[in-house]
Design a protein around this ligand. Structure first.
Ligand code: SF4
Ligand code: SF4
Length: 501
């Protein structure tokens, strides 16, 4: 069989005048790109192994390195682009599914970038958040439809369990196993310090992290890894994962090579065995079945914890969300198709699902139209990149957002999309001891706090500019948004006017 030689995607450009042969790059690259040749006293590189993670670039003290996109081209063909051909050659050689990591990188419209935020002028004056109170705390959970009073006229406190957050931001589900221990510690400690929540993902809860319980969402996924009564009691809320934006409709797979030591114990599966989450929950084939699991989990946790149901944003998401709201769930989590993941088939990630902006707007509208919006809170996730995205998401109807990729970037991730290889040079998505120690949780935790503190301040600035002093008043407030360069249908689904109107 002919060998399909594919020219490397990236080239290592080493400035020989700056390079001092210190071999730092050789030690730092887990992919074995750099090598020192003693006989010639020179560094060489195997470009084909480079995933462009920038670790060596960042640590080369003499700035001798650059990673550049290979200039190699095929004969032009807009239909059969170089990317399409490389993928085909790869599959013809391997016979396998193309795996990748992190979110959908394809150039679909990013609606957040086509939405503009309002600001007050003259009337309804703006508010200065440095001098006046500004409320970004949110409470997630079902709200009662009516206020009931007892025989003495006192309001009955019949509020279902709620999650209280200091700002409308949480860390999304990322399992221990797909992430390193130090990454989880960074997230858990930052969540505690910021008075928000992080999410175990589907890998169970390491015994060291039970102490962060009041800032933890414990997830129950189709594989039920690490789920036991103590786990369900340990967190502040329980999330049923029905789907994930990066891979709607399919299950998950953490290779046996990553199921080692603590991870095996935490997931409650033998070392070396693949952790395969089935595509469906084998006990859920209808909203009634989902309701049974919701109430089983409420019973298991003494009706003290809100139940979140997480779904991928797909075509009929509004109808699905309506069913979930009626299943007894307290919170719906919507995950758009740009959401990250540790591993996904690239075809699924890049072609299945819909953007979070459209899903969120249509779910919020449907629940309002049906008069059940207050019976659930909505969390939006799937590539929330900045405080501006958060303001826009809240105005489109979100109570809060999940951030995953953004949090990993704060920890040092350079989005090389190679988490599935287990060789994360930044110590985040790996279990290799020499690599995991590269992420210092003291630094990771501080960087997460910096990021969210900055974002929360920016949210207050934008709210103040709109003359709004409470995030609750922004929720679903589409009058604060205008579209730019969007067609009539897009504006209709988003429920916003065009700029200039
Ligand atoms: S880290 Fe920089 S200076 Fe050191 S060997 Fe690599 S390229 Fe040369
Ligand atoms: S994989 Fe990362 S560390 Fe290795 S050569 Fe490429 S950019 Fe440098």
């Amino acid at each position: 069989m002919a060998v399909n030689y594919i020219y490397p995607e990236y080239e290592v450009a080493r400035n020989s005048e700056r390079c001092i042969n210190c071999r730092v790059c050789e030690n730092q690259c887990a992919n074995g790109v750099h090598e020192y040749l003693a006989d010639t006293d020179k560094m060489i590189s195997d470009d084909a192994k480079c995933v462009n993670c920038h670790r060596c670039v960042a640590l080369c003290l003499t700035r001798a390195l650059k990673i550049v996109k290979s200039g190699n081209t095929y004969r032009e063909n807009f239909n059969w682009s170089g990317k399409v051909r490389n993928e085909l050659y790869r599959q013809a050689g391997s016979g396998g599914v193309l795996l990748s990591s992190m979110g959908n990188p394809e150039p679909y419209p990013v609606y957040f970038d086509k939405i503009l935020i309002n600001a007050s002028q003259v009337t309804n004056p703006s508010i200065d958040p440095l001098r006046e109170p500004m409320e970004t705390r949110v409470t997630l959970g079902a709200k009662p439809q009516v206020i009931e009073r007892d025989e003495n006229g006192q309001i009955k406190n019949n509020l279902p369990p709620q999650l209280k957050l200091s700002m409308p931001i949480m860390f999304s589900a990322m399992s221990y196993g797909s992430l390193s221990y130090n990454a989880h510690e960074s997230l858990a400690r930052a969540a505690e310090e910021l008075d928000i929540l992080y999410n175990t993902g589907e890998g169970g809860l390491h015994e060291d992290f039970y102490r962060y319980g009041k800032n933890t969402i414990v997830q129950v996924a189709s594989g039920r890894f690490g789920v036991h009564p103590g786990y369900l009691q340990a967190g502040a809320a329980i999330e049923i994962k029905m789907g994930q934006g990066a891979k709607p409709g399919i299950g998950g797979h953490l290779p046996g090579s990553k199921i080692v030591g603590d991870i095996s114990r935490t997931r409650m599966i033998p070392e070396g065995s693949d952790a395969i989450s089935p595509a469906p929950h084998h006990d859920i084939y209808s909203i009634e079945d989902l309701r049974q699991l919701v109430y089983s989990l409420k019973t298991a946790s003494g009706y003290q914890k809100p139940i979140i149901v997480k779904i991928a944003a797909v075509h009929n998401v509004a109808a699905i969300a309506s069913g979930i709201a009626r299943s007894g769930a307290d919170i719906i989590s919507l995950d758009g198709f740009r959401g990250g993941t540790g591993a996904a088939p690239a075809r699924i990630r890049d072609h299945v699902g819909i953007p979070i902006e459209l899903a969120l707007a249509s779910v919020d509208k449907r629940l309002r139209d049906e008069g059940i919006r207050d019976s659930v809170s909505i969390i939006a996730g799937g590539s929330i990149r900045s405080s501006a995205d958060i303001v826009k998401a809240v105005a489109l109807g979100a109570d809060a957002v999940y951030i995953g990729t953004g949090a990993l970037l704060a920890l040092g991730c350079h989005l090389c999309r190679s988490c599935h290889t287990g060789k994360c040079n930044w110590g985040i998505a790996t279990q290799v001891p020499e690599l995991t120690k590269r992420l210092n949780p003291d630094i990771g935790y501080a960087r997460l706090i910096n990021l969210l503190t900055a974002w929360n301040h920016e949210i207050k600035e934008m709210m103040g500019g709109m003359g709004i002093n409470s995030i609750e008043a922004l929720k679903g407030n589409r009058l604060m948004l205008r579209g730019i360069g969007l067609n009539e249908k897009e504006l209709e689904v988003l429920g916003i006017k065009h700029a200039g109107e």
